[in-house]
Design a protein around this ligand. Structure first.
Ligand code: R5P
Length: 338
């Protein structure tokens, strides 16, 4: 059996994640005894001296089911989020003109997802970027733990597959921590639903932090209050993203003040903006937390992993590979989206 007209393309910032996903897809296909070996379709991301970008595809995509990989926020690239969004849009457009049958953007980090609603005279930027992908010809976006599920309903044609890495974190906790002495903590009210997921999967209790932000200042927390009891308990905090780290470090301090023992953090998108890993390293050395477990949806690389032993990376490439393989073979994906 041949691989169903599948083509994988990677932009510069998505290359390692695309390589890992391709490897996982080949494992799926070899277990299904298919002979073909999937490889990335060659392409070039061309940057002009004034900052403009275009993407050139070097093989035919006629009638192909195309998946374009991009990690929009790349800590090792001088390119900005906006540069990478623009590169992705030009790649989608190139695939459209190549007569691809279906175009999917594989972006584990959905950009601008925090601005899913407006307060006063603002725009809804989560909609703006999705519309841009939709208008250039994307049929679908595959992403990870999107900050607000409401975004999935913003579009008329663009479908969003929102994957969850909770199953990997649950497995890791079951294998590595003493679940009997564990309390799950949701670091803000918005993450209570995810907290309930973990508390039901791990059969342990849940506490919630009420976080009040000052929205007049960027990334500023006003107050935090714990609802629940963590005294003498190990704690597991999950958040969808770590940006400046203010939320998680403040949560750790509050939990320690309330008598928590060891604190473990899991986060789907560990951005560590503004070198927040330096603050985390210091906090770790001061005994504030035991471990941060993130995913390769933000690709930090070997040097980072060796430099910060408190950080553990779990790969979500197998999950993306399963979803891509199912979509490509027109099989149901609902079980994979749980
Ligand atoms: C907020 O609603 C999010 O779930 C994260 O808690 C937040 O974006 C993290 O930002 P920071 O690390 O800057 O506190």
């Amino acid at each position: 059996m041949t691989i169903g007209n599948l083509a994988l393309i990677s932009l510069d910032s998505g290359k390692e994640f695309a390589r890992r996903t391709c490897e996982e897809l080949n494992k799926i296909y070899s277990s299904e005894q298919k002979d073909d070996q999937l490889a990335l379709t060659p392409s070039d991301e061309v940057h002009f001296s004034n900052g403009e970008v275009k993407v050139m595809i070097n093989n035919s995509l006629r009638d192909k089911d195309v998946y374009i990989f991009q990690l929009i926020e790349d800590p090792h690239s001088p390119k900005s989020i906006n540069d990478n969004i623009m590169a992705l849009s030009t790649a989608i457009d190139a695939c459209f003109y190549c007569d691809a049958k279906r175009i999917t953007a594989v972006i584990p980090q959905y950009p601008y997802a925090r601005q899913d609603k407006k307060r006063g005279r603002e725009g809804i930027t989560a909609k703006v970027v999705g519309k841009m992908f939709e208008n250039t010809g994307a049929d679908r976006v595959i992403t990870l733990d999107i900050h607000s599920e409401a975004i999935e309903g913003f579009f008329n044609k663009l479908k969003i597959e929102n994957l969850h890495c909770g199953r990997y974190f649950v497995q890791y906790i079951k294998n590595n921590l003493n679940v009997n002495n564990l309390t799950i903590v949701a670091p803000d009210v918005g993450s209570a639903k995810r907290g309930l997921y973990y508390s039901s999967k791990l059969e342990t209790n849940l506490a919630i932090i009420e976080k009040v932000r000052d929205y007049h200042k960027v990334s500023t927390i006003d107050t935090m209050r714990l609802v629940g009891d963590v005294k003498g308990r190990d704690v597991f905090i999950n958040d969808d993203m770590l940006a400046t780290g203010g939320t998680l470090l403040s949560a750790c301090r509050l939990l320690k003040d309330q008598g928590a023992r060891d604190i473990y953090i899991t986060v789907s998108l560990p951005f560590f903006n503004k070198q927040a890993y330096i603050k985390f390293d210091k906090a770790y050395k001061n005994g504030l937390f035991k471990q941060v477990i993130g995913t390769d949806a933000v690709m930090w690389g070997d040097y980072f992993l060796k430099s910060y032993p408190w950080y553990k990376e779990i790969s979500v490439a197998p999950l993306f590979a399963q979803v891509i393989s199912s979509l490509n073979m027109e099989k149901s994906v609902s079980k994979l989206l749980e």
